[in-house]
Ligand binder design. Structure first.
Ligand code: SAM
Ligand code: DTB
Ligand code: SF4
Length: 325
């Protein structure tokens, strides 16, 4: 947690958002057709609506995480936890990166189930970043909380993006995670920004939050200054044996609304239709693209759970006339 010098006893709260939650709620409450029209209009002012950015994920260190994120199968605290595996070696990472490039991805994102990297963890990751960059791919890492100086080392190695999600609204956050707080997340995002790395920050919906809390998450993201370059919107992937398994599923139309509101609030950012696509019909995905999503995770695995096969996505792009870019 970040320190401060105040003498009085107080509770740390994230700063008031510059984008009022009420304004975000007003967008959520628009008639669906009007909301999608506004999102499409904004999308077309900033992007070619037929282009889609493709990022491939690889879990470079799976399982055994000490954190207690209620959605995550990699927390060793949950009965449904995946096995704790050692870090992949550089050859395995580069083989996966070459395959991703061959399949058409432009960015390769390396994820680790850490609270944050120790220096002995970071050194091999820096080598991976250099190697992936040398293949001509954009590089992204998601390694948890960063300490002083680590973002600079990643930047120096050639890191283009760092993913660190706010996950949900500040007022719902404590129901999902207890081992790190909201300010820790904002602090890591500041370090990333300060080192000159592009920020990738989003969250998860379908965790039992209210619409106001979904609006609260988007208000926080849109209040970052500048807003994140990349905004992953994940639909909770429910994994048996994690605390959030069995949560009532989010209505798909509400999910599409969330994408549309993210697009309107962060007009120049890439909005990524992230986890949850495997469970989604082509029609719902098409609505998400109409609502302004212009990036996806591409490849048959996310970190530990499934994602549509490359072939299924290519068929979808053909059906919709989407061009990977
Ligand atoms: N350990 C690092 C961290 O938490 O920052 C990096 C990896 S962590 C798995 C990256 C993000 O994946 C989380 O912040 C969360 O938003 C997302 N995530 C994890 N499990 C998920 C699930 N079951 N469904 C949807 N998104 C999930
Ligand atoms: C993000 O926002 N979603 C990705 C990526 N950033 C690291 C992770 C999704 C994980 C889904 C559950 C799993 O596969 O373990
Ligand atoms: Fe660990 Fe990240 Fe999963 Fe939380 S989301 S349990 S920090 S791997």
């Amino acid at each position: 947690m970040s320190s401060c010098n105040c003498a009085s006893i107080h509770v740390h709260k994230p700063a008031e958002t510059k984008v009022p939650v009420e304004e975000v709620m007003a967008l959520f409450e628009k008639p669906f057709g009007d909301l999608l029209f506004e999102a499409q209009t904004v999308h077309r002012q900033h992007f070619d609506p037929n282009k889609i950015q493709l990022s491939t994920l690889l879990s470079i260190k799976t399982g055994g995480c000490p954190e207690d994120c209620g959605y995550c199968p990699q927390s060793k605290r949950h009965p449904g936890a995946v096995e704790d595996e050692p870090m992949l070696d550089i050859d395995a990472v580069l083989t996966a990166a070459r395959a991703a490039k061959q399949a058409g991805a432009t960015r390769f994102c390396m994820g680790a189930a850490w609270r944050g990297p120790k220096q002995r963890d970071l050194d091999p990751v820096l080598e991976m970043v250099r190697g992936v960059k040398a293949l001509g791919l954009e590089t992204c890492c998601t390694l948890g909380m960063l300490r002083e100086g680590q973002a600079e080392q990643l930047k120096e190695a050639g890191l283009d993006y760092y993913n660190h999600n706010l996950d949900t609204a500040p007022e719902f956050y404590g129901e999902i995670i207890s081992t790190r707080d909201y300010e820790d997340r904002l602090d890591t995002l500041n370090k990333v920004r300060g080192a000159g790395i592009n920020v990738c920050a989003g969250g998860i919906v379908g965790m039992g939050e209210s619409r106001t809390q979904r609006a609260g998450l988007l208000a926080q993201l849109a209040s970052l200054n500048p807003p994140p370059e990349s905004v992953p919107i994940n639909l909770l992937v429910q994994v048996e044996g994690t605390p959030l398994a069995g949560t009532e599923a989010l209505d798909p139309i509400e999910f599409v609304r969330t994408i549309a509101v993210a697009r309107i609030l962060m007009p120049a950012s890439h909005v990524r239709l992230s986890a949850g696509r495997q469970q989604m019909s082509d029609a719902v995905q098409a609505l998400c693209f109409l609502a302004g999503a212009n990036s996806i995770f591409y490849g048959d695995k996310l970190l530990t759970t499934g994602n549509p096969e490359w072939e299924r996505d290519r068929l979808l792009f053909d059906k919709l006339g989407l061009i990977p870019a």
